[in-house]
Write a protein that binds this ligand. Structure first.
Ligand SMILES: [Zn+2]
Length: 291
């Protein structure tokens, strides 16, 4: 079951988040028909995004993350809210590469070089934006570096997505440590050595699951649990309001040119189609609402 553990460990000096995300990655594979490589890259970004969303405080807070690298996968976009409804897409969902020197999916080659950009809207006038260089393309290192340099928050992170022979995800998850101000070297050392000896977090999720891992790995973890899932927020009403912001003239010009208006949601692959009658109704309803 997909679940997120969040709390303090290592003498209350390190914030620890453990995420199991196998179902979420399988949902992304199903929606986007992802190749194993694309599933690993988008899946790891979804897990990092879930962690980031779990740090949002307000009910209406939202975030979006863009990895704009020059790898074979193209750009990766993940969005989510404080209720941990997560969604995402990758430009090239069917991309493939030979396995890397370690015999693993070449996520670094999929992502390439470029930047991570994070946008958080937290009820303020201006959204918060942060940005950092992609350091390796392996995603965990990239987000750890983003936190350290852009948000001045020392962070250790392990992320993993394992794809089985039937092309479904058999294990996916992450472990994230953030040191609290004034943490002792001893606590930091303990956390670092756990990350180093952890092995592959996707195998941990496949073989024992987050619950057993949490019991085994930490002696003093006081945590809360949260549920997260792949979930798109698009709806007919949302697309209606988005189209109306384009204006009547633009809508009828597109109708004339294309014969219909088609809107594609990248996050869930749903298509919304408007013929002339639908556009007429949209505009009449908008006018009558105003009156
Ligand atoms: Zn959608």
């Amino acid at each position: 079951m997909d679940i997120l553990y969040k709390g303090l460990a290592f003498d209350n000096q390190i914030s620890v988040t453990v995420i199991e995300a196998t179902e979420m990655v399988n949902e992304a594979i199903k929606i986007h028909s992802l190749s194993p490589l694309a599933a690993a890259a988008l899946g790891r970004t979804l897990i990092a995004g879930t962690f980031m969303a779990s740090t949002l405080k307000g009910e209406d807070d939202r975030l979006s993350i863009t990895l704009s690298g020059d790898g074979v996968g193209g750009h990766i976009v993940v969005a989510g809210d404080s209720f941990l409804n997560m969604r995402g897409y990758i430009d090239e969902p069917h991309c493939e590469l030979p396995l890397n020197a370690k015999g693993k999916l070449d996520v670094a080659g999929c992502v390439g070089k470029g930047r991570i950009t994070v946008l958080k809207s937290m009820g303020l006038k201006e959204p918060y934006t942060g940005s950092a260089q992609i350091v390796s393309g392996e995603i965990a290192e990239d987000f750890a570096s983003y936190y350290t340099f852009s948000e001045q928050q020392p962070t250790g992170m392990a992320l993993g997505v394992k794809i089985g022979t039937d092309l479904t995800c058999v294990g996916a998850g992450g472990v994230i440590f953030q040191t609290l101000p004034g943490a002792t070297d001893e606590a930091i050392d303990k956390a670092e050595s756990l990350l180093l000896t952890l092995g592959d977090i996707s195998s941990v999720m496949q073989n024992e699951g987050a619950e057993n891992f949490v019991k085994r790995a930490f002696s003093d973890y006081s945590y809360q649990t949260f549920k997260h899932k792949y979930s798109c927020v698009c709806s007919k009403e949302y697309i209606d309001s988005m189209l109306l912001t384009l204006g009547k003239r633009e809508l009828y010009q597109t109708l004339q040119k294309e014969g219909k208006i088609e809107v594609h949601c990248h996050f869930c692959n749903k298509k919304y189609t408007y013929d002339e009658e639908a556009v007429n109704n949209l505009i009449i309803n908008a006018i009558s609402k105003k009156e």
